[in-house]
Design a protein around this ligand. Sequence first.
Ligand code: ATP
Ligand code: MG
Length: 407
Amino acid sequence: MEDINKHGIDKPLELAATEELILIRLGEIALKGMNRGKFEGQLMRNIRNRLRNIGKFEVNHSQSRVWAIPLDEDADMAAALDAISKVFGIVSVSPVRSFHGDIDQICLQAVEYARLLLADGRKMSFKVESRRGDKNFPLKSPEICREVGAALLLAYPEQLTVDVNNPDFVFYVEVRDLNYIYHTVIKAQKGLPVGMGGRGMLLLSGGIDSPVAGYMMSSRGMQIEAIYFHAFPFTSNQAKEKVIELARLLTPYAGSIRLHVVNFTDIQLKIRDDSPTDMITIVMRRIMMRIAERLAISRGCKALITGESLGQVASQTLEGLVTTDHVVACPVFRPLIGMDKDDTVQLARKIGTFETSILPYEDCCTVFVAKHPKTHPSLAHAEEAEAALDIEALVEQGLNDIEVIDL
Ligand code: ATP
Ligand code: MG
């Protein structure tokens, strides 16, 4: 009991000034060797960009962690935490309180911190975990845990109990250049910082899949641009607005996105008139790929990205994919290729695109589809189906009628 009383709440010790900051833990970047500095630099730039609209923050780096420090007193910390947790390259974030002082000060601060947590009189179990980065600190980690745990129990005997196996919350204490205490660890997106994985052109439709495909490639550090084929009036302006909104919804993860809206109406009419009905979808997709690749090259994008998944619809059979791949030289990334639709839907819900994706506006793929499209077209079939079309002219036409929207 002597030990416990040493840190009783009525000890005549003043609370040191505290600072609220955000602790950002790095993921896969931490495994990088020589290039690590570059990855960290990109990550910090991305974090600064996302925080720009929220308030003034300093973002710096020490001891394999990144810190975001608000420079305004009334900074919106909840918004900052949310924004940072969507930046790829981060495993988790925590709002942290920091201060100077010895173990007595740490205990006092812990009691003060827990006061807010327990303000509504709730009863909770907890355990303390501590780390000692400053090896000169006189107490070792288990001793810090014991002291802090005892102080909390003594301060809130009616509300707190210790449970080391399954606690309601973990009280974290880190002793480094300063002392840090926190109890919240928010999971982030992992992945690699956008900007480190080259540039890709996402074929973005209004469906569920392609926004998820964009999210997945951005999670590997790819900077994304998007292309949408719009066939007004067969596809309404609401369909276009929906795609713009989907691109916007990706920006908290992917950073800024340039969306290219191709006027596809005349091209689609020509395809309808001059190719066999059961091949319309395949021909249309091949022309989309050609236009997307040409645009990609002109924008410095080295890959195309689609939301296709093997066998999901008639045009996504292996033969269908082969015929569309055949018309482009650059790699086509299809991150959903082996994914179950349910899992894609779950991911769409998690990233917040699902509700917009299911708005009921027609996609240009669905407007002219045949009742019985060819499901296993050979390359010869596809080429034959295009024989009556001036492909190069159609591609040129598409490239010459593009609206650019920056998000
Ligand atoms: P999504 O849910 O992404 O629309 P889907 O399962 O409906 O996919 P399709 O409509 O056959 O499948 O389209 C397959 C892929 O082709 C899409 O994931 C997208 O990458 C691309 N795509 C389809 N329509 C368009 C369009 N109008 N503009 C741009 N890309 C498109
Ligand atoms: Mg679709």
